[in-house]
Design a binder for this molecule. Structure first.
Ligand code: SF4
Length: 291
């Protein structure tokens, strides 16, 4: 079978798995007891969609795409950012893990764009296949390229502290990048590289079906939202990506260089925590201001 046909077949299988997951969730919602869900066990996952149930580029980076209607910010009358999240189906644990593995299989030893030439390894993603919250950055850096895991350098350590400050563990969320291979000298990815790689991010999101996404940094936010606006204009309000509420915030690498931006970044994460609480999504403890 030719590469293109193999890719199409694997993509079809991923879609079929996700469809199966949605059917399973709908079946589960028929017996789920509203208001009874407080934990994260697989049996609770089936009906946890309703509120009762359940780099870095800094502001100077660029990723020009036409604006999209899917990128409209939402704020409540009091000015507080609101995700206004519509309930969506969620895969069962085994199904989402299998779907995620199928996406990785489809990616294979990818050579779909020129970034494959200088990479040490593909940096696919890390974390829970059942994550409610997903962090999406730009592309791997040197440390990530060497270790094969996203956000493992100093910026990654800061991201881990940010996640823990939210009352979560790193292994409870899912972390990945738009681009899976390191651009030479950490330059911004080119449009053709984004076009080649973003379909796999979309499939990852479809497999995991997170309730909320945080876009880390200018490039990630502008690319995902198809926006010409910079991160300083986009952050602070929920937008949508594939129908999922998305909060843009500063990239941890930018925060390392600009500590004064930690306060607004923490404000963004507080809005995400508030939305998680509103949706009934579990966190281990209250957020602790790390700034
Ligand atoms: S960046 Fe993405 S599309 Fe390009 S070679 Fe790597 S995995 Fe393939």
């Amino acid at each position: 079978m030719a590469d293109a046909e193999l890719h199409q077949e694997l993509a079809r299988l991923v879609g079929a798995l996700a469809e199966h997951a949605r059917a399973e969730v709908l079946r589960g919602e028929q017996w789920a007891v509203a208001g009874a869900v407080t934990g994260r066990g697989p049996a609770l996952r089936a009906g946890t969609r309703g509120p009762a149930a359940r780099g870095g580029a800094g502001p100077s980076g660029a990723a020009a795409r036409p604006p999209s209607a899917d990128a409209s910010p939402a704020r409540a009358a009091d000015g507080a950012p609101r995700a206004d999240a519509a309930p969506t189906a969620r895969p069962e644990r085994g199904v989402s893990q299998a779907a995620l593995l199928a996406v990785r299989e489809a990616l294979g030893d990818c050579q779909r764009c020129g970034l494959h030439a200088e990479r040490k390894q593909i940096v696919f993603g890390v974390g829970s296949a059942q994550a409610e919250l997903m962090f999406v950055g730009e592309a791997p850096g040197r440390d990530e390229d060497l270790q094969g895991e996203p956000f493992v350098g100093k910026a990654g350590q800061l991201l881990t502290r940010m996640i823990e400050a939210m009352g979560l563990r790193r292994d409870e969320v899912y972390i990945c990048n738009i681009i899976k291979c390191r651009p030479p000298n950490n330059r911004d990815p080119e449009p053709d590289e984004v076009a080649s790689c973003e379909p796999f991010l979309r499939q990852q999101i479809e497999a995991i079906a997170p309730r909320l996404i945080v876009a880390l940094g200018n490039f990630a936010a502008r690319t995902l939202l198809r926006s010409e606006l910079g991160i300083t204009r986009l952050r602070g309000a929920f937008h949508r990506y594939q129908g999922i509420p998305l909060m843009p915030t500063f990239h941890p690498a930018y925060l390392l260089r600009n500590p004064e931006a930690k306060r607004p970044a923490w404000s963004d994460l507080q809005a995400v925590m508030a939305e998680m609480d509103r949706l009934g999504l579990p966190r281990r403890r209250e957020g602790v201001d790390p700034v």
